[in-house]
Design a protein around this ligand. Sequence first.
Ligand SMILES: NC(=O)C1=CN([C@@H]2O[C@H](COP(=O)(O)OP(=O)(O)OC[C@H]3O[C@@H](n4cnc5c(N)ncnc54)[C@H](O)[C@@H]3O)[C@@H](O)[C@H]2O)C=CC1
Ligand SMILES: O=C(O)[C@@H]1CCC=N1
Length: 249
Amino acid sequence: MGGALLDHWMSGGENFTIVDPMLEQAPDNVRLVKDRAAIADDRFDTIIVAIKPQMIDDVLPDYAANLGDDGYVLSIAAGASAARLKKAMGGAPVVRVMPNLPAAVGKGTSGVLAGPDVSEAQASHAMEMMQRTGTAIAVESEDMLDRATAVAGSGPGYVFEIARAYVAAAEELGFAPDQARALVLGTMEGTIAMALANPDTALEDLRNSVTSKGGTTAAGLDALNGDGGLSDTLSATLQSAYDRAVELR
Ligand SMILES: NC(=O)C1=CN([C@@H]2O[C@H](COP(=O)(O)OP(=O)(O)OC[C@H]3O[C@@H](n4cnc5c(N)ncnc54)[C@H](O)[C@@H]3O)[C@@H](O)[C@H]2O)C=CC1
Ligand SMILES: O=C(O)[C@@H]1CCC=N1
């Protein structure tokens, strides 16, 4: 995820250094080191946390001394609370963000939460960084960021899975894989574009505009969610992802 964001962050004026023991290559003009020892004497305005949440308590304390005066921590880690990050970073201010993977194509949707002691300048820098990767929405509490994680952070996983199942069903109906993929992704893209172009029209009304009485869409929708099963599945999906974010705090 860090790499996808970096490609868009680089349109700003900052200089970036990556510390990653595994990464073999970084974009042009980005310094890559394998170990913190290589930057032991360097100070940074922002330290970006893009490691797995489970590693934070082991890895982060080593970096507390690398944050310059007036510096802040920007974390993309799911769940990990500002309090936990702040403690690991020797009391530094923390902005938590929750991006999603379409940031890779400049179409990310992020939640942004400024933790305690974050200055206005730091909060607006973090917001501007996330806006370089797509849309960014400020949220008011850590709990809402964890809820945004369940909806949008993990969301591309659900959408890819729905698209995969939709394509598989089109193949079962007789289409070749490339035809099925083109029909499904084209339909999804066009439908989302139409919803975005009509922000004041309820999604229910847009759905009804496709649905002729006694027609094919009504028959399909009855099978899809006539018993509310799809709605229940989506509620359970978001609740499970949120519960996991809470466990990762
Ligand atoms: N994948 C996604 O769609 C999203 C991920 N996130 C968050 O992004 C973070 C990273 O997740 P992914 O990118 O999926 O994982 P990843 O496994 O692709 O990336 C983690 C990176 O950390 C590096 N790393 C491992 N140990 C390290 C160390 N000691 N010091 C420095 N770097 C180290 C790895 O080499 C790897 O490049 C997680 O906290 C996750 O919650 C947030 C939103 C979306
Ligand atoms: O699955 C995860 O935990 C990360 C956070 C949101 C998307 N991927």
